[in-house]
Write a protein of this length. Structure first.
Length: 318
């Protein structure tokens, strides 16, 4: 009898392990989003988590009419929701911490670049310089939920942080509803919780030089993983690669000697902000920035093909 019970228990555990996750996919913020629930939750909950993306986009997009950010961009002042105000306050702190490398005030400049155009072209130099003269997130004033652009020509673009903030919101919802193991994949930003089948998640870090091949595997039970690289979005013109992560000093794609930056930390928002800022800053600047955030670690792929780990990561190179 005891043996039979033990066998049944073993079978139940095995079934539990091999049970298929509940999954749901959507599209928002110009990227495919996927939610996988391994322990707890339901299809309806996975969909509810995805619907947070539409809500976030309806607040934060600078490409759509009527969002909080578009209203602020158009009118120069706006009363924001507490969530948006909190996000902007975080971005102002990161602007200072990164010496301006993460600049959400770069919207006028990013609008001049079209990285998904069928026939891409470079922005006019004079237009770029003009837009750059209005950039700089320190021109944003926040007084509680009241936001003002001191320079009304400054335009905000939250593209560098929106997915990370969304990952945190989705993760909070899932935890609140008792999901103990899940994985969110929001383009370059992942959020993992609770390990998988009692083991840490294995996260492949893509090699930006060759699609489909890996730099190695990260082992992680809990937290966010954000990757910024020039391979994600961009075009090649006359043999030169132009990508979507811009250097706020020049208005042109950042070119600080890094091919990709992967940041691991407990918060999706911080991971997303840091990966973009580190990519702009380059190896030395990234090390100095990361030193301010002991909860974060990073994997840098340098232009010469070498890897550098900042902080501590459970990473196995390929
Ligand atoms: P992805 O959106 O591919 O995950 P990032 O998180 O690195 O990539 O953010 C890049 C986006 O952020 C760009 O598409 C642009 O909208 C905006 N952006 C580009 N450069 C900067 C910068 N230096 N600071 C803040 N935002 C930026
Ligand atoms: Mg980012």
């Amino acid at each position: 009898m005891k043996r039979l019970l033990a066998l049944l228990l073993a079978l139940c555990l095995l079934c539990g392990c091999s049970a298929k996750p509940v999954t749901a996919q959507g599209f928002a913020m110009d990227t495919i989003l996927s939610v996988s629930l391994y322990q707890g939750g339901s299809q309806a909950l996975a969909q509810e988590a995805l619907s947070l993306a539409d809500e976030a986009e309806a607040r934060l997009s600078c490409h759509r009419e009527g969002t909080e950010i578009s209203r602020l961009n158009q009118e120069g002042c706006a009363t924001l929701s507490p969530e948006t105000a909190e996000l902007l306050a975080f971005c102002l702190d990161m602007y200072a911490a990164s010496s301006g490398a993460l600049d959400i005030g770069l919207g006028g400049v990013s609008a001049l670049w079209d990285f998904s155009a069928e026939q891409p072209s470079l922005p006019e130099e004079s237009a770029l310089l003009e837009a750059l003269s209005h950039a700089g997130a320190d021109g944003l004033r926040l007084d509680g939920n009241e936001a003002t652009l001191l320079d009304p020509c400054m335009q905000l673009d939250l593209g560098a942080v929106a997915k990370g903030a969304l990952a945190d919101d989705m993760a909070a919802l899932l935890r609140e509803r008792g999901v103990t193991s899940f994985l969110l994949n929001l383009g370059g930003c992942l959020y993992l919780s609770g390990g998988k089948d009692g083991e840490p998640f294995r996260v492949g870090v893509e090699d930006p030089r060759q699609s489909g091949s890996m730099l190695g595997v990260l082992y992680l039970t809990e937290g966010a993983v954000s990757t910024s690289s020039g391979a994600q979005r961009g075009f090649t013109l006359d043999g030169v690669r132009y990508h979507h992560i811009l250097d706020p000093k020049t208005g042109y794609p950042a070119d600080a000697g890094l091919l990709s930056v992967t940041v691991v930390c407990p918060s999706g928002l911080l991971a997303d902000a840091l990966s973009t800022a580190c990519f702009v800053l380059g190896e030395e600047g990234a090390a100095a920035l990361l030193a301010q955030f002991p909860q974060a670690s990073a994997l840098l792929l340098l232009e010469d093909g070498s890897l550098r780990v900042l902080g501590s990561l459970d990473f196995e190179p390929a």
